[in-house]
Design a protein around this ligand. Structure first.
Ligand code: PMT
Length: 403
């Protein structure tokens, strides 16, 4: 598999001669499976054209913090949330100084400040500028804040000087990016996540059942995102057409009762429990042994309540994991979601409005509002795989704070 498969990289290019390597760097990152969005500073455009970067990245290039068009589509906050990694290559002494001081006077520095993703910087400057104590102090501050330094390399410089300050070559930068992301993947290392997904099917007779429109896409995306962040994942799934994510411990079930039994037997070994499944609230009281024959004009099926899986997990008195529910609502989303958060004793609830077209059940995209007892976070409409990454990051940081 490609080392950067499905990774979202914001590549910031600043105004140094090494900016000419930008298109090549984009190509090599994409070869490794990454999705690349390029952000250029004003001075970078003197060294490399946005058009060539757009062509190689197959994405629009962003350059303006105050661009109304971009704010409607992928503005600075969206890009900051979208990123799994922000790489600044080349990073000039000026940009390094701004980043070290938390300045945000252009799109790139604003994204760097607004993102929860790791930051990697590839310095490129004259050797004297690199050795200047002010630059060294700025670099030390940035690394102390958690940024990773890629380089610089040593050798002959564009200005004729020889020494440290050259931007690393593209293959070295790509290796550095892979290393930063694989280290970061270990964000959830050692954690066990148990996730429910898909619908349940409640039999009526040997040939009929009651179910719903859940495709499993949202829950499987959460499982994939947790796996990619280094967690051990147990995915308990009702019937879907999806292939289980590679590396997950996969437990297929049919009914709510089976899901309940599996969830409770795995939850006590979990750090995090995420209930994304659309569980049938009721099951048929008396499942017929034989196919029910058509005799009457009308028929009644008597149903009984299923156990509430997520409420039972949240109610565990020993080994209770951090418990996250979903709420599928068609109206009064906040009111109903907050009601479930409280009634089911959950730590978080991710609410979706399933009455809107193009999101919710059986679509590739979704939008969520994540509620805790004291706050809310909006996750804008995007692909379920991207949304899952954002949700996993929120769950992880809330769970860490609670621990
Ligand atoms: O699968 P997709 O097609 O990708 O669609 C995704 C989704 C719409 C199914 C998903 O985003 C979602 O909203 N999942 C929860 C669906 C649901 O059943 O919501 P609810 O509001 O009825 O239930 C609230 C919570 O209680 C959920 O976490 C649910 O898993 C849980 N529950 C409900 C009943 C029950 N007996 N046991 C439960 O654990």
């Amino acid at each position: 598999m490609q080392a950067l498969h499905n990774k979202n990289i914001v590549l910031g290019i600043t105004g140094g001669i090494a900016a000419y390597k930008g298109p090549e760097l984009v190509r090599r990152l994409k070869e490794q499976g990454a999705n690349v969005r390029v952000v250029v500073t004003e001075s970078a455009k003197a060294f490399v054209t946005p058009l060539s970067l757009q062509a190689v990245s197959a994405n629009p290039v962003s350059d303006d913090l105050l661009d109304p068009q971009a704010e409607l589509a992928m503005g600075h906050i969206e890009l900051a949330k979208w990123a799994d990694l922000v790489v600044v290559a080349p990073a000039t002494a000026n940009t390094i100084a701004k980043l070290a001081h938390g300045m945000a006077d252009d799109l790139l520095t604003t994204i760097a400040l607004a993102t929860a993703a790791p930051l990697a910087i590839a310095p490129a400057m004259n050797q004297q500028m690199w050795h200047n104590p002010m630059t060294q102090k700025n670099v030390a501050a940035l690394t102390a804040y958690g940024a990773t330094l890629l380089g610089p390399g040593s050798g002959e410089q564009a200005c004729g000087d020889v020494g440290l300050g050259r931007m690393l070559d593209v293959p070295e930068l790509v290796s550095g990016v892979i290393e930063v992301l694989s280290t970061n993947q270990q964000l959830l290392a050692g954690q066990h996540w148990v996730i429910t997904a898909g619908p349940t099917q409640e039999p009526i007779d040997p040939v009929r059942y009651i179910s719903n429109h859940s495709s499993g896409k949202m829950g499987y995306a959460v499982a994939q995102a947790a796996l990619e962040a280094g967690a051990k994942v147990t995915l308990i799934s009702g019937p879907t057409k999806l292939a289980p994510p590679q590396g997950a411990d996969f437990i297929p079930v049919i009914t709510a009762a089976e899901m309940h039994q599996q969830a409770l037997s795995h939850a006590t070994s979990a750090n995090i429990f995420v209930a994304c499944a659309a569980v049938a609230d009721y099951r048929v009281a008396q499942v017929a042994d034989q196919k029910i024959k058509k005799h009457e004009d009308a028929m009644q099926i008597s149903m009984v309540k299923n156990p509430d899986i997520v409420a039972d997990v949240a109610g565990l008195t020993q080994g209770r994991p951090f418990t996250v529910g979903f709420a599928a609502e068609t109206q009064d989303v906040e009111q109903y979601a907050r009601g479930k958060l409280q009634r089911k004793n959950l730590d978080l609830i991710a609410a979706n409005n399933v009455s809107l077209s193009g999101q919710g059940f059986n679509s590739d995209d979704n939008a969520l509002t994540v509620f805790s007892a004291d706050d809310r976070t909006e996750l804008a409409l995007t692909s379920k795989s991207q949304l899952a990454k954002e949700l996993v990051a929120i769950i992880s940081s809330k769970a860490e704070r609670k621990a």
